[in-house]
Design a protein around this ligand. Structure first.
Ligand SMILES: Cc1cc2nc3c(=O)[nH]c(=O)nc-3n(C[C@H](O)[C@H](O)[C@H](O)COP(=O)(O)OP(=O)(O)OC[C@H]3O[C@@H](n4cnc5c(N)ncnc54)[C@H](O)[C@@H]3O)c2cc1C
Length: 448
């Protein structure tokens, strides 16, 4: 579905005397912010969205490469993810399924080895089933993560590394999963909480088939298509190229000032920038305690990089996974065949020393995974060094679920917090960003 462009304009294109007073200012035009803006507009409020970048979408970014539509950030969604599923139905946006890999490479104690896809993913899933034993109890209700806070008390402090060590896995089993546990955690399985990945597993139905489905379907329009549909329906005012530097409450009015010194005012603010960015904005009064702690700890992985590799490969449509501490590319996923006869692959790295623009480094990294590529081109996005995300996907650290939730979702004075980083359900996913945008819109509407 091709949505017409909403009114999106940069300050330079705004009229000489644009409105400066709104009911609500939404800071950030990612999925969380645009959801909140849509909801508030449909309740009849005047809404201004201030976005730092020259585009909407934030950590989703639909682009083109080698003649194909690609996503440089968040990509895969499912109709069973309740919030994004409802939005896709609302706007009639179909999903398309990725073609399955025909070959897989996984690390083994004697180096990378080829498995049939069925064998490779089944073996990995069997190991995950052991690692997440007990999650049906401690995540009895996966969308209410603290429902069994009593059980989580003894588990939330465990890192994925601690859990892997606890399991007495064979070297073969450990190598089947530690590349994934490390990459999701931002490079080291010691950084990420067991309960983060276990919650995703629980949300996937506590089984491997459900887990594998989470990386299968994408929006036919690209992720930007759904955002455009939301904006088109609700028509908030969106100002691009407007990084917010200060958010100050004076009486019952918020004054929101950009780095260029332009100020707009409103009765309430929805802060919809990544948690890792909260520290870069000056708040008066200061953020509440839970948000201050979250801002200093961060939630998005600091080193997340996504690459697109256009290549010819004798292995064709292959999926490859590395070991923790091995190849700087830890996951490589086949995508489309291009008109030049090459293949597009998406790949993930969390190695800060890896240069995702250097084809020699990429070729060497792929060889370490057990495959070979003749690279025709690359495109990449280092989310960790991006000033407006300061990290990639959300992945909670040990203890963050029980220590930060649910206070981190509670609003301050006329200030609500929307971010996929702090969702109840699919935190770290587009679905979670929509969930948090819906909640923040409701919260702010009761305060202004
Ligand atoms: C590489 C990668 C792969 C992913 N894969 C998937 C996937 O397959 N499926 C899935 O569902 N999810 C995936 N995710 C996660 C998903 O993309 C995010 O959870 C979701 O997009 C977060 O939305 P958000 O609105 O909370 O934050 P963001 O998308 O980060 O939006 C925040 C917005 O705030 C803006 N901003 C920042 N600072 C300022 C400022 N000072 N002033 C004004 N604006 C500001 C930013 O520019 C941005 O537009 C992935 C993420 C990454 C990085």
């Amino acid at each position: 579905m091709a949505a017409a462009a909403p009114e999106v304009f940069a300050p330079a294109q705004a009229s000489a005397s644009p409105r400066v007073t709104y009911d609500v200012i939404v800071v950030g035009a990612g999925y969380a912010g645009i959801t909140a803006a849509r909801e508030l507009r449909l309740k009849g409020y005047q809404v201004l969205v201030l976005e730092a970048r020259n585009r909407i979408g934030g950590r989703t970014w639909t682009d083109t490469f080698a003649g194909q539509q690609i996503e440089l950030g968040g990509t895969w969604v499912e109709l069973t993810q309740p919030h994004v599923g409802a939005e896709l139905k609302r706007y009639g946006i179909p999903l398309v399924a990725d073609a399955a890999p025909e070959r897989t490479f996984f690390p083994t104690p004697s180096g990378p080895a080829e498995f049939t896809p069925d064998e490779g993913f089944t073996r990995m899933g069997a190991t995950y089933e052991r690692i997440f034993e007990g999650s049906q109890q401690y995540f009895e209700r996966p969308f209410e993560p603290l429902y069994r806070a009593d059980l989580l008390a003894g588990i939330d402090n465990l890192s994925l590394r601690a859990r892997l060590n606890q399991m007495s896995l064979t070297p073969e089993q450990e190598l089947l999963v530690n590349g994934q546990t490390a990459v999701y955690s931002g490079g080291s399985s010691s950084n990420g909480a067991l309960t983060m990945l276990a919650q995703w597993w629980a949300l996937s139905g506590w089984n491997n088939d459900g887990w594998n489905e989470t990386m299968k379907y994408r929006m036919s329009t690209g992720t930007v298509g759904l955002l455009n549909a939301m904006l088109n329906e609700s028509q908030p005012t969106v100002r691009l190229n407007s990084p917010v530097a200060q958010i100050a409450l004076s009486g019952t009015t918020y004054h929101v000032t950009t780095t260029a010194g332009v100020t707009a005012s409103a009765k309430g603010v929805v802060l919809a920038v990544p948690v890792n960015v909260w520290q870069t904005i000056k708040f008066t009064p200061s953020l509440p305690a839970a948000q201050t702690t979250a801002a200093s700890q961060g939630i998005g992985v600091r080193t997340g990089t996504k690459l697109w590799i256009h290549a010819q490969s004798p292995q064709g449509r292959f999926y490859a996974q590395g070991a923790e501490g091995g190849s700087p590319i830890t996951m490589m996923i086949p995508d489309k065949v291009t008109s030049s006869g090459g293949m597009l692959y998406s790949a993930f790295s969390t190695d800060p020393n890896f240069d995702p623009t250097n084809t020699a480094q990429i070729s060497a990294a792929v060889s370490q995974l057990g495959a070979n590529v003749n690279i025709l081109g690359v495109k990449s996005q280092r989310w960790g060094s991006d000033a407006y995300s300061r990290g990639g996907w959300a992945f909670r650290k040990p203890g963050q679920l029980t220590n930060l939730y649910p206070n981190v979702q509670q609003p301050g004075s006329r200030l609500a917090f929307a971010s996929g980083d702090i969702a109840n359900g699919w935190s770290g996913y587009i679905d979670g960003a929509i969930e948090s945008g819906l909640r923040a819109a409701q919260q702010i509407a009761t305060m202004i």
